[in-house]
Design a protein around this ligand. Sequence first.
Ligand SMILES: C[S@@+](CC[C@H](N)C(=O)[O-])C[C@H]1O[C@@H](n2cnc3c(N)ncnc32)[C@H](O)[C@@H]1O
Length: 498
Amino acid sequence: METTKVKLSELQIHPLVLKIKQYQPNQFMTFSMKNFGQKTNVIVVLRNGVYYIIDGGCRYYAAIEAGNIDALNCNVLNIPDSEILDTRITYNLKTKVHLSEKCMNIEHMLNLMGNNQGKRNDILGMNNINDEDEFGTAGRDRFEIACMQSGLEFSGRTLRKLMAVHDYEKTDNSLGLIEGIDNGTYKIDAAYRLMLSSRDKDGKKEARNKRKIEALNTDVWFKVFEQSSVDLSNLKKYRPQFAAFSPTYWGMKEYRNQGEMEYGQEPTLQEYLENSRKFIDALMDIMDENGVVVIIIGESYAGGYKSIITQYEMMLLEAGLEVIGKCPWIKSNSTPVILKDFFRTVDETILVCKMKGAEVNFNPEMKKTKEGKKMVKKSHKAKDGSERYFVQDEETVVSNVIITPVVNDSEYKKYDPEFTHDAPAPMAVYERFVDSYTLPGMTCIDIHCGAGQGLEVFARKGCNAIGVDIDPVSVEFCNKRMKMVLGERNETELQQAA
Ligand SMILES: C[S@@+](CC[C@H](N)C(=O)[O-])C[C@H]1O[C@@H](n2cnc3c(N)ncnc32)[C@H](O)[C@@H]1O
């Protein structure tokens, strides 16, 4: 092999190469050739005074386009035509550098090495990634030069996305995004979007963990009011962000001390719904504008199906609440009455509502996926037939179906074995919604607090708890219970501090 400088006019692409490769104009290569000159020799064979290129055609065309180069440095090989294509492959293999290595070279070129994340973001203009003209302190030129010198045929904007993916994979490369770009599975844009989605999921996970710690450490208070919840105006100053309402069902049990209204014992369903509306109006009047209201409601089959839940929902909409969704609550061990011409009914309904236009804080409870790890999965193909992908986290949002046993009396009897209540709801039901819709430090209200099942959950999740009930026996019990709960919480805190 000899090295020589050959005029452009004496160079041609070898016809065997032209059969397997079509050359496209390459503006990056041209730019690089024009500004930095030739970096790598072209590989040629000599036939009858003409130098035929077998590797380096792009550099040859770029040199012509550049206009300021009249000759190229060439390695002249002495090989027969039968070896030309094999030799070309060997040269190509030698020059294939893994993308992760290119990314590291670019870090060096852009002066990113050793800089902290904030500085890196400044250099790359990451804080304005959607701005087409923002290239950070590195500037557009350096981005484009870095692309060219690394043999990457794309714009500075795309490079910025590539570097964001590269940065992310330093702490979490479980998705293999750079590898996927290198082997052609993902375009850089797609990998970047997958990275954003993965980062978003990491953030939510972090928030959930933080929430658990804060729930234990936040100071909370409670107040229990013995009054009818048809007028809550004295509680307006608290502006609760979360409310639970488990109304007495229509035509079912008779509770003690129910006041004049005797809610649930109305002669007609219409009157029951009208009274229900009074509670909702009173509640909406005191709620925070981004408040969430969770209502546990059951159907009645006495004398036939009554569509109570449907009518209740309509009443809520008329009152101005927005229904976010419905959760069927299945009691796994209930012993319901046998109905004529119908199955055993073991479900009640939980309506999750919000104040009109509210921006709801939703950090749902999660469960492990069957794969149990974060991964990229294929979704449906795009309209143009190309593959699409999404990030599946190791956890996924739980379903809207809640399955619990009926309440276990010991949940409240441990505070006073003498206390009885006709219809407490299991704490697990409250936990699902308080976990998902509140943050520590928020204020929550239960406007039919009964045995205080909800109040205890509020406090244990780091929220201030307000309870309202018309029955003085329940109110006295809730006060006693909550003092003990808060005492216990403080004791745990002290133990942790010690
Ligand atoms: C189904 S229970 C709620 C039980 C509660 N969710 C628990 O887990 O203990 C209904 C409660 O509403 C209360 N109640 C009935 N009418 C009321 C009214 N007008 N104002 C406030 N509370 C009322 C009853 O005293 C009863 O404790």
